[in-house]
Design a protein around this ligand. Structure first.
Ligand SMILES: NC(=O)c1ccc[n+]([C@@H]2O[C@H](COP(=O)([O-])OP(=O)(O)OC[C@H]3O[C@@H](n4cnc5c(N)ncnc54)[C@H](OP(=O)(O)O)[C@@H]3O)[C@@H](O)[C@H]2O)c1
Length: 243
């Protein structure tokens, strides 16, 4: 049976993606870092909606932890494979660059960019054999498309993720694996809770922050059979906030 793995899925956009994919009928693996209570609540919600899911905590920036988690999942699921990967785990550590500590630079790149590399490389083993195919969906950001002051680390990580999306799409297309990026603008989650929403929403042509469910709907489309001919794309979802 085919599964979907969503990294950083205990809260926010990842949680909404899990619920949406589970409702489309695919069993979902919920990854998270520390927040067991939020992950368990997401799992309960999937079950309540009649879907199927399981928890698989690991640090998406740690290749040893990723390998150990996927190895144990494979042992428990000898007949199954992961055909949809949503690289969603991400963090912000904002600061102007001249004040930015090394740790904040590395932590952001480790989670978003290295996390994408380690997790995707491991799961291509599930998608490439016998042209089984697959869907890799990378959650980038408007910051990676246009750059955001105070976010050189985050913008660099997301821009690199977009470059990797385009390159990998060309490597694996012949195996029926598609690779796309989604670049959200301001979405209402814990990550944006400390931002001055009333002020910022005036910059957005549609006049509001987006909802995690709106991003999840786009992920579900890219994960579907109908999206088989879309690859190497970066799809903006930002209420018109391009500049
Ligand atoms: N919100 C926005 O406006 C916005 C805009 C553009 C792009 N994005 C991107 O969308 C993605 C999701 O953002 P969000 O707003 O939903 O964030 P969020 O509400 O802060 O949730 C972050 C999620 O990532 C998990 N996580 C963090 N570090 C991890 C790690 N090392 N390994 C595994 N999981 C990890 C967290 O797990 P725990 O619960 O265990 O901590 C949590 O589930 C991120 O990549 C973010 O950069 C967000």
């Amino acid at each position: 049976m085919k599964y979907a793995l969503v990294t950083g899925a205990s809260r926010g956009i990842g949680r909404a993606v899990v619920l949406r994919l589970a409702q489309s009928g695919i069993p979902v693996i919920i990854n998270y870092l520390n927040n067991q209570a939020a992950a368990a609540e997401t799992l309960n919600e999937v079950t309540r909606l009649g879907g199927s899911a399981e928890l698989l905590p690991f640090d998406a920036s740690d290749p040893t932890a990723i390998d150990a988690a996927i190895d144990s999942w494979e042992q428990a699921h000898p007949e199954d494979y992961i055909s949809v990967l949503v690289n969603n785990a991400g963090i912000r550590r904002d600061n102007v660059m001249f004040m930015m500590p090394d740790e904040d630079w590395h932590k952001v790149l480790d989670t978003t960019l290295n996390g994408f590399f380690y997790t995707t490389r491991r799961l291509l083993k599930h998608m490439m054999p016998r042209k089984r195919g697959g869907r890799i969906i990378n959650i980038a950001s408007l910051s990676g498309v246009k750059g955001m002051p105070g976010q050189t680390n985050y913008s660099a990580a997301k821009a690199a993720l977009i470059g990797a999306t385009k390159a990998l799409a060309q490597e694996v297309g012949a195996r029926q694996v598609t690779v796309n990026a989604i670049a959200p603008g301001f979405i209402e989650t814990d990550m944006t809770r400390d931002l001055p929403q009333d002020e910022l929403k005036q910059l957005v042509p549609v006049g509001r922050f987006g909802k995690p469910e709106e991003v999840a709907a786009l992920v579900a489309f890219l994960a579907s059979d109908e999206a088989a001919y879309i690859t190497g794309e970066v799809i903006n979802i930002n209420g018109g906030l391009y500049t």
